[in-house]
Design a protein around this ligand. Sequence first.
Ligand code: ZN
Length: 168
Amino acid sequence: MSEEATVTSGKVVVMHYTLSNDEGQTLDSSVGGEPMAYLQGAHNIVPGLEKALEAKSVGFKEKVVVEPALGYGERVDTPPESVPRTAFPEQLDIQPGMQFVAEGEGGKQVPIWVLGIKDDQVLVEAQHPLAGVRLSFDVEIVNIRDATDDEKAHGHPHGIDGTGGHGH
Ligand code: ZN
């Protein structure tokens, strides 16, 4: 190969990452497990990280700091909403941090996150738990490859090597 692969729209990027907050607390990490694959340009990852990795090559290893506006958004100070427990699947053990999709105005699908449970009500809010958080990603790019046609059509990678289709 004469040309070095770089991260650009339509490439599947395979990387290890550790996500931490401003307090240095680790929130999520792929280290010690399978690396994560994402499709550049398809908004699989937060905009600030996608932007920072553009044009990078295999071996890129750096800390990328993403401000809330380019991460999970600024936190809006709104009180949580109460949803009756009966609106959720009965068998499900509902825990804080769980994500559901609610039907908003005009039938629009709105993601909601569980904050807690109070009596027969589930407290939810429509913002990501990491909204308002400055994100630090320690990233190491381990592979860059062309996305398959299927992956491009779906807007996400099918596993690290593109063969891990998920039956659709
Ligand atoms: Zn797919």
